[in-house]
Design a protein around this ligand. Structure first.
Ligand SMILES: Cc1cc2nc3c(=O)[nH]c(=O)nc-3n(C[C@H](O)[C@H](O)[C@H](O)COP(=O)(O)OP(=O)(O)OC[C@H]3O[C@@H](n4cnc5c(N)ncnc54)[C@H](O)[C@@H]3O)c2cc1C
Length: 335
């Protein structure tokens, strides 16, 4: 019998382009990665997708779009209690001009609003998000209508939504603020060992292809499991052949188990070499931290293999903050 070849690809990364996309479109693009249902994206499908995510409480998907606001009052937080400020731990807040710059994901703003729904600033931010994209607070329409009616009470608070253009202006004007408030999405197509390490970076947002939902026996996947070429073994060597035989056996068992059991049960035999996709969305500041750890010679070689070229791409793409991308968060080593 002729030996069947495994489907083996090289790892890659792509910086996603969200230019001109609405928050709900960004959320749909990233969210559908979990189910590998990107082919279902049509004009207007984002609204139903977001509604479903909110209903299913798949709240992490709501982290895949951020908004930035300018508050014309540098002292706003002085009147808050410490516990109230702590609730805002997922927002990025900095002094800017004579006020404050506040960036957060839709999830971040939604959950702060649920916990501090009487805070005037948070109410106004939620109202502005809702007015721009009602679906992002579709579970709170009545409350938003109520706030809209009372919003004249808050006339003294001036909150302005930053446009993409204004955020880009910051890059020239105050690069370190751009570094902290600019969020960049990157899609990785790598093996499951690499994503297991990536998801340890706690301040970032992640969405990953789900082996519970994706059934690789379906036509959409060519009825096959795809694997990532290991950096460790040269094609043609005995080690490579051992590795390939092993993944082929795992694939065979997986496809056989799928005939009688679910993807979540069958996946228990899939190896680390399995191809997976993940989107990481975080600020340039967090990317710098990851590059620092993950391009170092101490990092796992398959991680360095994708992170080093990605780092170089960031340095050339985000001119103005190159020096900051090279720096590291102070962590106690002087060399
Ligand atoms: C060379 C190398 C070897 C590794 N080996 C292992 C291993 O054998 N086993 C293992 O389990 N992991 C291992 N890891 C993963 C490592 O433990 C971290 O989980 C991962 O690198 C995430 O980085 P981080 O903790 O610096 O920060 P992130 O999670 O990326 O957070 C960014 C920054 O936020 C701050 N921060 C975030 N959360 C907290 C918190 N809860 N408290 C205080 N500060 C916080 C810190 O300043 C941190 O630097 C390894 C990582 C590397 C680079």
């Amino acid at each position: 019998v002729e030996k069947k070849n495994a489907i083996i690809i090289d790892p890659t990364t792509v910086i996603e382009d969200f230019t001109g996309k609405t928050c709900e479109e960004q959320i749909e693009i990233c969210g559908r990665l979990c189910y590998k249902s990107e082919h279902k994206i049509t004009q207007g499908s984002a609204l139903d997708f977001v509604k479903k995510m909110i209903k299913d409480r798949h709240n992490a998907v709501m982290e895949m779009a951020t908004m930035t606001f300018f508050l014309d009052d540098p002292d706003y937080f002085l009147d808050l209690e410490h516990w109230e400020i702590l609730i805002m731990k997922y927002l990025v807040i900095d002094d800017y001009k004579d006020g404050l710059l506040i960036t957060g994901s839709i999830r971040g703003f939604r959950e702060v609003f649920f916990q501090l729904s009487d805070d005037s600033l948070i109410k106004i931010i939620a109202l502005q998000i809702w007015k721009k994209s009602p679906v992002l607070f579709c579970d709170y329409h009545e409350r938003m209508k109520y706030i809209e009616r009372e919003s004249d009470v808050n006339d003294e608070i001036v909150v302005k939504m930053f446009s993409d253009f204004e955020l880009e202006e910051l890059r020239r004007e105050v690069p370190w603020l751009y570094f902290r408030h600019k969020f960049v999405p990157v899609r990785f197509i790598v093996n499951r060992a690499v994503t297991h390490e990536l998801v340890r970076h706690r301040p970032c947002s992640f969405l990953q292809e789900s082996q519970r939902y994706c059934r690789y026996a379906n036509d959409q996947f060519g009825n096959r499991v795809t694997f990532i070429k290991p950096i460790f073994y040269e094609e043609g060597t005995e080690e490579y052949e051992l590795w390939e035989n092993s993944i082929l056996q795992a694939e065979k068992t997986y496809l056989k188990l799928l005939k009688t059991s679910s993807p979540q049960a069958s996946r228990t035999v899939l190896p680390n070499s399995c191809k997976t996709e993940i989107i990481i969305y975080c600020s340039l500041e967090q990317w710098a931290h990851m590059f620092h750890l993950r391009t170092s010679p101490a990092a796992e070689p398959s991680m360095q293999q994708v992170m080093t070229p990605l780092y170089e791409e960031f340095v050339s793409r985000f001119s103005g903050v190159e020096e900051m991308l090279k720096q590291r968060i102070p962590e106690g080593i002087t060399d």
